[in-house]
Design a protein around this ligand. Structure first.
Ligand SMILES: Cc1cc2nc3c(=O)[nH]c(=O)nc-3n(C[C@H](O)[C@H](O)[C@H](O)COP(=O)(O)OP(=O)(O)OC[C@H]3O[C@@H](n4cnc5c(N)ncnc54)[C@H](O)[C@@H]3O)c2cc1C
Length: 318
């Protein structure tokens, strides 16, 4: 049976959807163990255990993980791979996940595959390349496979209370992590109340066409319970925070529904959203490239289309 490690950067009281997706994929491939990127109390571990984790690895000195950027996390992951004799490691396809995977692969003399959307029993990985223009299958030929999984690619594991004893954490020495950037201060992220963009099932995104006013985009997002995304033109203009940027140099999303409003559909934007299950595009230019990949295209002014859509959704919700 394959031994699969899942790297969980920030264990929460209840596992997030992204964490449950990683665990579901790991459990479908073999025995799923979790590497804890921070302290996880009994409740947090019970949640991960209920979602499929059969063992836990953590740091003897978790404060080291919190005090520096990713170097100690890499040391922990490498130590856990060796302790578990892991065949593969699954990580989130975030900036952090990809960087940790890359550094760990160098130390393990192995390989990394990013942007994965599926993995089979032989550890063949399906992924999209060249800004999403092609889907390819790839396989790591040497050492444990380090794979970063795109959000919303697999059905998340249901968190169940099995009543079974939660396995203890096997602690590992991190040793000297080498030159590392130190964290001198942190500030809590101000929660918008909307779902996390990279994990959201629905995304409403606005581009230059919103002309500075994200109000209609946000209103439709709230009617749908969606996250708000944006094109680079909109984030560069300062109309919305850079963390909302979807695309090659922003967040990659794979929601069930992506509503694109006032976005032309440049290749760098498509790279971050074209694996969405359904794409609805609203643009006043009938020749906009976004219509080439849209399941439903609406030629019109977003200032008029978005409020009508929000009103209709609220009416149907009663
Ligand atoms: C290296 C590199 C990396 C990049 N990374 C990214 C990235 O990660 N993400 C990203 O998005 N871009 C990225 N870009 C930029 C990208 O090339 C485009 O410039 C950008 O996506 C354009 O944003 P936009 O579609 O909002 O603006 P535009 O291309 O200006 O399109 C605006 C659209 O809005 C429509 N419109 C205008 N008014 C209305 C209205 N009232 N109602 C309806 N439609 C309207 C117009 O018809 C037009 O199609 C990158 C570029 C480079 C070179």
């Amino acid at each position: 049976m394959l031994k699969i490690l899942v790297y969980i950067h920030a264990p929460a009281q209840t596992p997030t959807k992204g964490q449950r997706e990683l665990l579901a994929l790991a459990a479908s491939l073999g025995e799923a163990a979790v590497v804890l990127g921070d302290n996880a109390d009994d409740a947090a571990r019970a949640g991960l255990h209920g979602a499929g984790a059969t063992a836990f690895y953590g740091a003897v000195t978790p404060e080291q993980l919190r005090g520096e950027l990713i170097a100690p996390a890499v040391s922990l992951l490498v130590a856990a791979v060796r302790a578990a004799g892991a065949d593969a490691v699954l990580l989130p396809n975030t900036m952090e996940g990809r960087e940790i995977a890359a550094r760990a692969a160098v130390r393990l003399d192995s390989g990394v595959i990013t942007d994965a959307v599926a993995v089979d029993q032989e550890l063949n990985v399906t992924k999209s390349v060249l800004a999403g223009s092609y889907t390819v299958r790839a396989r790591i030929t040497r050492g444990p496979a380090l794979i970063t999984l795109k959000a919303n690619s697999v059905q998340p594991a249901e968190a169940q209370d099995s009543g079974a004893q939660v396995p203890p954490v096997q602690t590992l020495e991190l040793g000297e992590s080498g030159p590392a950037a130190r964290i001198t201060a942190t500030a809590p992220h101000i929660a918008s109340g909307r779902p996390e963009l990279s994990e959201a099932r629905f995304v409403v995104a606005g581009g230059r066409g919103v002309d500075g006013d994200f109000g209609p985009v946000e209103d439709l997002a709230d009617a749908l319970g969606a996250a708000v995304g944006a094109s680079r033109a909109a984030t560069d203009a300062g109309w919305i925070d850079h963390s909302a940027q979807v695309g090659q140099t922003g967040v990659t999303v794979s929601p069930q529904l992506y509503i694109s409003a006032g976005i032309s559909g440049a290749i760098q934007q498509k790279a971050g959203m074209q694996s969405a299950k359904y794409i609805v595009a609203i643009n006043k230019d009938p020749d906009a490239p976004i219509f080439e990949i849209a399941d439903l295209g609406i030629i019109g002014d977003l200032a008029s289309v978005l409020p009508q859509a929000a009103a209709e959704i609220r009416r149907r919700q009663g």
